[in-house]
Design a protein around this ligand. Sequence first.
Ligand SMILES: NC(=O)c1ccc[n+]([C@@H]2O[C@H](COP(=O)([O-])OP(=O)(O)OC[C@H]3O[C@@H](n4cnc5c(N)ncnc54)[C@H](O)[C@@H]3O)[C@@H](O)[C@H]2O)c1
Ligand SMILES: CC(C)[C@H](C(=O)O)[C@@H](O)C(=O)O
Ligand SMILES: [Mg+2]
Length: 365
Amino acid sequence: MTHKIAVLPGDGIGTEIVAEAVKVLNVLELPLEMETAPVGGAAYEVAGHPLPESTLKLAQDSDAILFGAVGDWKYDTLERRLRPEQAILGLRKALGLFANFRPAICYEQLVGASSLKPELIAGLDILIIRELTGDIYFGQPRGRRVATDGHFPGAEEAFDTMRYSRPEIERIAHVAFQAARKRSKKVTSVDKANVLETFQFWKDVVTEVHQQYPDVELEHMYVDNAAMQLVKAPKKFDVLFTGNMFGDILSDEAAMLTGSIGMLPSASLNANGQGLYEPSHGSAPDIAGKGVANPLATILSAAMMLRFSLNQPEAADRIESAVRAVLAAGLRTPDIWSEGTTRVGTREMGDAVVAAITGKGITKS
Ligand SMILES: NC(=O)c1ccc[n+]([C@@H]2O[C@H](COP(=O)([O-])OP(=O)(O)OC[C@H]3O[C@@H](n4cnc5c(N)ncnc54)[C@H](O)[C@@H]3O)[C@@H](O)[C@H]2O)c1
Ligand SMILES: CC(C)[C@H](C(=O)O)[C@@H](O)C(=O)O
Ligand SMILES: [Mg+2]
């Protein structure tokens, strides 16, 4: 059966890193039909909207979506609905991609690339599960107005709404407990129940759902403490599960435990197993076009796509083994480079993964 993949490279380094992931997928010679469409700022330029109807339809009609990144500072003054970031938010919402998996794994060879002490991160393998379609990201109402109360009545103010419904919390809690069953059966639910009603409710509902998973250990932790514990003793976590905004922040923090944000892949799934696969990082305008971005998070996201949406676990294993092999061979993009290793660019890194898959040998240039 041929699988249809929507390839949405987006902006900045998005095009560079997705090209490498596509190269890696092509070499596997699987029955994949890949179709590319513009998204983000690139789509705004050609179609006047960051998520044109045709791109959304392609995504909806595909078995999986391979996404690069969107955004550029030059669009920051556009009205919000036209900003590139609305494309990824719109896709998550339209496709119901509520379950976001961000595995933070510290590959043995990159222990020295992290800003943390090697002993804190050696062997690290944690899974962040982030709720992706609720919370303050999507809560209504939001906007700007003149305050009628508060500290400065009559002053201009802006507001967003943090909200979660019971079913939204229940379904992501099930995802977290079920994921934990396949790992070390430990979930840390991260909240801010000491201050926010939304997250007291989160904690209450998670505790209720937990009754159905007596074999899984549940711990609750406040988000400020979790941010601290992630750098103090990250290996104490196994499945770290939280809401949309806390998950956004904590996953970037966790990325540095792996050596670089360029190493953190992600999968965003809906209730039908359809998924969007993207690196956890953004379009990195500061390095875009220079050929130095690390493509491994995107290549590893393609492996997650093969495993989660396309039922091709062996092909996923081949990609992940190839990534380990190129790291073992000492190849490093600048973000993970350290003394004694070989600095390569985006394309050379992709070529090396391809070479490791085909068994042609990894060449250092
Ligand atoms: N899902 C997405 O599309 C997504 C995610 C995050 C940010 N963004 C957008 O990206 C733009 C830039 O945001 P930002 O700078 O805050 O975050 P960013 O993740 O793009 O970059 C943060 C830092 O990490 C570096 N970096 C990121 N990915 C890298 C890689 N693969 N290899 C090497 N270095 C890498 C960048 O050079 C930069 O110094 C903004 O418009 C933001 O909204 C998009
Ligand atoms: C670009 C932005 C909307 C997005 C988010 O905040 O979810 C990004 O930071 C991410 O982590 O995927
Ligand atoms: Mg983010």
